[in-house]
Each structure stands twice: as structure tokens, then as C-alpha cells.
Ligand binder design. Structure first.
Ligand code: PLP
Length: 386
């Protein structure tokens, strides 16, 4: 049995970390421990692993957490019922009434909604800033600032922020930096190694990878913060069930293979879109003329499977393209094996309308899947009408 995975490659960690054969039966795959409670040997006599009640801990979930921590090269990971449950736990662990946070200007719509509509009721204030502009971030910092919340690449504009630089700004202000690493995944980017304090994942997306489970995770190095997050999760109860943890673990084993194919296919599609007369702008950090390309190349292994673009003829033309694709399924979410297309302004980011986070109305977002890339290019070409 391997004790220390830190020297081993990403694919090896994804398949083996936290996932040793079951000591009792030899089962090669971590079992689904579909149980709410655990027999004790006398009062307080917990058995191996210390399991007591499945809101607090469950062996399938613990295996997932060990694997997630290993993939980010971190000390701790905690799994949650969804990405938003993980987000909520981080916000309520780190922030108190009177505190302030700085949030990216193209944050995930649900993250913005939680901060703007829910946290505000508890007296937590926020400032929206363009996190790719370090001076703008510095100007947004107040004495009460405890957190910078950043997505890179961001959703849906694929903006890139410099993680190391943001970490420097956060730390000199006595604040922590959170990176929502959902788009990049631990295969393409490891924010803790670059100076972030907290990594957040919607495991619903690439980590689960098969559009069949909702989940979230927080990954950290600080021991004390881990205890605080664990306390909040146990107190509030937003845990994934054993089957959901198992599906996520199963998906995660092939993350590296999938991310390489997602990236290959995205590159093909970007090449076609960039030359297409009906497309005005393509947003993809792999493009050398993307504003964040150099930073992305420095902090990411590759550029991932998310692509956004605008249609030259405006909103209706964009909506028509989304209605015409045959392989790209019109749906919210992202990061699954199948390709998806959506209109952020009317779908995932509808709640940002009229706010500083509003997105262009002629914007379409693609989650490029792992089908044959030629078929995907042909499908989009046909939907664009040439
Ligand atoms: C989907 C998503 C979330 C929220 O995760 P859920 O699992 O849907 O709750 C947070 N951040 C990003 C970048 C996402 O794409």
C-alpha cells in the first residue's frame, strides 16, 4: 500500500489515493457505504475509522475527500452536497457580520446570488471588481475585507486572473484568497500551490464528469480552517449521500483523460469559430490574443473545454444557433462527457441582468464534450448556417 501519494503522478493519484482495496473483502473499488449509522463496541467505542453517524462522516465520502485532497496536492478536502453548499460553508466559516469580500465581476451567477441576496441579509458586504486588474482589486479592499472570491477561468467570459498576484494582495490585507477551480479542475491548475488559501469545486462539473451527480468540495491546507469547515458542515448538514460520493469518485478516476480530450476538442472548435464570419469574438484563454493568455499559460497545464463566443447578428441570432445544434444539447451546467450549448443571458446568468455582472445578450457558451471533435465542429458550423 502506498502511504505518500505526493510523489506520484496525477493519474495515479486519481485512481489510487484514498481508494486502497477494502481491507475486509478485498473489493477493488471503494464500496458504497449506504448506511446512516455505525455499531459501537460499548458506549463511545467507535470502530476503525471512528465512524459514528453519516452526516458527520461516511467511508465512501471519506475516500472521495482523500482523493480530492491528493489531486490538489493539499492536506484536506471536504465534500458537500453541491458546489453552492460548499460555497455557503466557506462564506459562513470565514465571514462574520460587518465583514466584506471582493468578488469577481463575472462570477458564477449562483455565487453572486448567494452573496448579493442571502449573505447581505446577515450584514456581509461585497464589492464587485475586475480581478484581472490588480489595481482595481487593491482599490476594492477595505479594512473589513476578509476574502477575495475568484474564478479563473471565469464563467461565462473565460476571464483569467493571476492567482499568485491576487494571493499577494489578499495576504497583505490580512484576507484569504478563494479560487473556484471548477472550470480548470485540479488537472489543469492547482491554486494552493500558486498562493491561494481555499479551493472550491463544483464536482457536479468536470470532476464528476458524467452529468449524473451534483456535488461540491472545499480543498485547503490549514488545519484549523479544516476543523471550522468540518464543524459548519456537520452543524448545517449539507453532505453528499454515499452514492453521490461514489459516482463522483468513479468519475474522477478518468479526469486526466477527459480533460485532455475536452481541451483537444475545444481547440478545434475555437479554430473554426475564430475564422467564422458569423462570430464576432471568441473567448478562450488558449487564444494568443486573449487578454489573459500569458497568465493562463503560466498557471494552467492546458486551457480546458469551455468556450464562449458572440454572434455578429445579435441576441436572436445567438438564440437561433442554440436551438439549431443537434449534438450540442441545449442545457445548463457543464463539464460532462457530452457537449452542451447555452445562452448565459437567458439561462445560467439570468439572475445577473441589470447588475454589474450582466453578460452580453449575443453570447453563447459551449461546454465542449469528448465526442469526436470533427462531429462537433460540423454540428456548430451547420447551426451557424455555413
Ligand atoms: C456550477 C458551478 C457552481 C455551483 O455548483 P453546484 O454544484 O451547481 O451547486 C459554482 N461555481 C462554478 C464555476 C460552477 O460552474
Amino acid at each position: 500500500m502506498v502511504d505518500d501519494f505526493s510523489a506520484l503522478g496525477f493519474e495515479t493519484r486519481a485512481i489510487h489515493a484514498g481508494q486502497a482495496p477494502d481491507p475486509r473483502t478485498g473489493a477493488v473499488i471503494v464500496p458504497i457505504y449506504q448506511t446512516s449509522t455505525y455499531a459501537q463496541d460499548g458506549v463511545g467505542g467507535l470502530r476503525e475509522g471512528g465512524f459514528e453517524y453519516s452526516r458527520t462522516a461516511n467511508p465512501t465520502r471519506s475516500a472521495l475527500e482523500e482523493a480530492l485532497a491528493a489531486l490538489e496536492g493539499a492536506r484536506h478536502a471536504l465534500a458537500f452536497a453541491s458546489g453552492m453548499a460548499a460555497t455557503d460553508a466557506v462564506l459562513r466559516t470565514v465571514l462574520r457580520p460587518g465583514d466584506h469580500l471582493v468578488l469577481g465581476n463575472d462570477a458564477y451567477g449562483g455565487t453572486f446570488r448567494l452573496i448579493d441576496k442571502v449573505l447581505s441579509l446577515w450584514g456581509i458586504e461585497h464589492t464587485v471588481a475586475d480581478l484581472s486588474k490588480i489595481d482595481e482589486v487593491r482599490a476594492a479592499i477595505r479594512p473589513e475585507t476578509k476574502l477575495i472570491w475568484c474564478e479563473t477561468p471565469s464563467n461565462p467570459m473565460l476571464g483569467i486572473a493571476d492567482i499568485a498576484a491576487l494571493g499577494g494582495v489578499a495576504h497583505s490585507a490580512g484576507a484569504r484568497l478563494v479560487i473556484d477551480n471548477t472550470f480548470a479542475t485540479p488537472y489543469l491548475q492547482n491554486p494552493l500551490a500558486l498562493g491561494a488559501d481555499i479551493v472550491l469545486h463544483s464536482t457536479t462539473k468536470y470532476i464528476g464528469g458524467h452529468s449524473d451527480v451534483v456535488g461540491g468540495a472545499v480543498v485547503i491546507n490549514e488545519d484549523e480552517l479544516r476543523e471550522e469547515l468540518f464543524f459548519i458542515r456537520n452543524a448545517a448538514g449539507a453532505v453528499p449521500g454515499p452514492f453521490d460520493a461514489w459516482l463522483t469518485l468513479r468519475g474522477m478516476k478518468t479526469l486526466a483523460l477527459r480533460m485532455d480530450r475536452h481541451s483537444d476538442n475545444a481547440e478545434r472548435i475555437v479554430e473554426m469559430l475564430a475564422a467564422h464570419p458569423k462570430v464576432s469574438t471568441v473567448y478562450y484563454p488558449g487564444l494568443t490574443d486573449h487578454a489573459g493568455h500569458e497568465i493562463a499559460a503560466k498557471q494552467m497545464r492546458r486551457f480546458g473545454g469551455m468556450v464562449s463566443f458572440t454572434h455578429v447578428d445579435g441576441e436572436q441570432a445567438a438564440l437561433d444557433v442554440a436551438a439549431r445544434t443537434k449534438l450540442f444539447i441545449l442545457a445548463e451546467s457543464l463539464g460532462g462527457i457530452e457537449s452542451l450549448i447555452e445562452h448565459p443571458g437567458k439561462m445560467t446568468h439570468a439572475s445577473t441582468e441589470g447588475s454589474t455582472l450582466e453578460v452580453p445578450s449575443n453570447l453563447l457558451r459551449l461546454s465542449v464534450g469528448i465526442e469526436d471533435g470533427r462531429d462537433l465542429v460540423a454540428d456548430l458550423r451547420a447551426a451557424l448556417g455555413s
